[in-house]
Design a protein around this ligand. Structure first.
Ligand code: HGY
Ligand code: MN
Ligand code: MN
Length: 433
């Protein structure tokens, strides 16, 4: 495991500022690490991801942590407990983003966790357990058709075949890790042993409208929806837009369009299911050529794994029927499948007690968005605390969190950490298989 290069001196935004103010300033700083000026896009194993790992590691060291870059390019900061080598409570989130992202999705949970540890460090305070803050680099799964690579590696459930997945330029995860300075062969060695970890607690923006509607700054997460992703390829026949009669065409885009509406219809007709086609592509892409090829993605989510799996099977049949009727080929490739996760009741209860101690009405809500906890749940109990985001907007540069909410959420995390009793930590049994 390599130490990130000598980082820029981590500047502690003015000490006197509130927790919330420091967190917001650091998120503004972190948002500069992007592949495109004026927007935030930071994909897994990109140069901007590399620069962000160096900055995050510097902030972790300022907060009294030792740091390392693990073989999956996650930055791991460790703050020892009262004795060296104690089992740890894991905190953190992800620092990769979608394209043209907001600056709080993922990044908020990492920066806030570092600020919480810094608060202990500045007082020389040690807890009866260690804390590890992990800045995962592959939660969004935008560059490669696989995701949760870092979290799966930490949980010991990474399928090494995922390293063969390639990005749009044909670069595999394995090769990209090597170029990043990581050793893919070391991946199996970063899996944590259950006895070394009490649990994982992630703070994340809600990415939905519930907390704002309830006029609450935070909420405790009850469960995280399961998700499936597919890549679809439609093979039609190119032809002259002016000469081929409509009934003789095998138009890949027309076929894809009917398929996209079938995806939407399946979700509209199925309670507890959402479905999205987030990316489409057509070729050869000329105004006067009947499209020969079309590609698109499908994202299915549900709190109920049976609903999601049945919908995926039904959809595969429906899309093949469209292809057969239109005389086009269809290849559907599953890229990502994460079962729904029930958050550990003991961690959710403890988070609720901290919320109440800070004078806020506790509210439990489920997460429609996926999170690193979906994978970490295979290792240990998972808890999540949501923070209100304006209008519930996310995956959008208009994503916004108030300084006051950032402040109170982090104080709740501090209260949770100070009152967490490792001897009453929930057993791994609290984790759905
Ligand atoms: O897609 C998701 O739910 C997460 O933002 N990766
Ligand atoms: Mn996220
Ligand atoms: Mn996201």
């Amino acid at each position: 495991m390599s130490e990130p290069e000598t980082a820029k001196a981590g500047t502690r935004a003015d000490e006197g500022a509130s927790l919330g103010a420091r967190i917001m300033r650091r998120l503004d700083e972190l948002a500069q690490y992007s592949s495109e000026p004026g927007a935030l896009t930071r994909l897994y194993l990109s140069p901007e991801h590399k620069a962000a790992t160096v900055q995050v590691a510097a902030w972790m060291r300022d907060a009294g942590m030792t740091t390392e870059l693990d073989a999956a390019a996650s930055v791991v900061g460790r703050y020892e407990g009262a004795e060296s080598g104690m089992p740890a409570l894991l905190l953190g989130s992800h620092i990769d983003t979608v394209r043209n992202a907001g600056r709080y999705d993922g990044n908020f949970g990492v920066v806030a966790a570092i600020e919480a540890v810094a608060a202990f460090h500045s007082r020389g305070e040690r807890l009866p357990f260690a804390i590890e803050v992990i800045a995962f680099g592959d939660e969004e799964g935008v560059r490669f058709p696989v995701t949760l690579t870092g979290a799966r590696a930490v949980a010991g459930i990474l399928d090494l075949a995922a390293l063969d997945a390639e990005d749009a330029d044909g670069v595999s995860v394995r090769e990209a890790l090597r170029r990043f300075g990581c050793d893919p062969f070391a991946l199996p060695h970063i899996a944590r042993r259950r006895k070394d970890v009490f649990g994982y607690v992630e703070m994340h923006i809600e990415q939905g409208p519930v907390l704002e509607a309830e006029n609450l700054p935070v909420g405790v997460v009850s469960a995280i929806n399961g998700a499936s992703r597919f890549a679809a390829e439609v093979e039609g026949v190119a032809g002259h837009a002016g000469t081929v009669p409509m009934r003789l065409r095998h138009d890949a885009v027309a076929a894809m369009s009917e398929m996209v509406l079938a995806v939407e219809r399946t979700a509209l007709e199925t309670p507890d299911l959402v479905a999205t086609v987030g990316w489409v592509e057509a070729s050869p892409g000329a105004v006067n050529v009947i499209p020969a090829h079309a590609r698109f993605t499908i994202d299915l989510r549900s709190p109920d794994d049976r609903v999601r799996k049945a919908a995926a099977e039904r959809l595969a049949r429906d899309l093949q029927a469209v292809a057969a009727r239109r005389g086009v080929g269809l290849a559907l490739r599953a890229g990502y499948d994460a079962p729904a996760l029930t958050c550990a009741p003991a961690l959710a209860d403890a988070l609720e007690r901290s919320v109440a101690r800070l004078g806020i009405r506790p509210l439990r809500l489920s997460s429609g968005a996926g999170h690193d906890g979906l994978a970490i749940g295979a290792l240990c109990p998972v808890g999540m605390l949501f923070v209100r985001c304006e209008g519930g907007i996310s995956h959008n540069p208009r994503e916004a969190v108030t300084e006051a909410d950032a402040d109170v959420a982090t104080r709740i995390l501090l209260d949770f950490l100070r009152t967490f009793d490792p001897h009453r930590a929930p057993s791994a049994a609290a984790v759905t298989p």
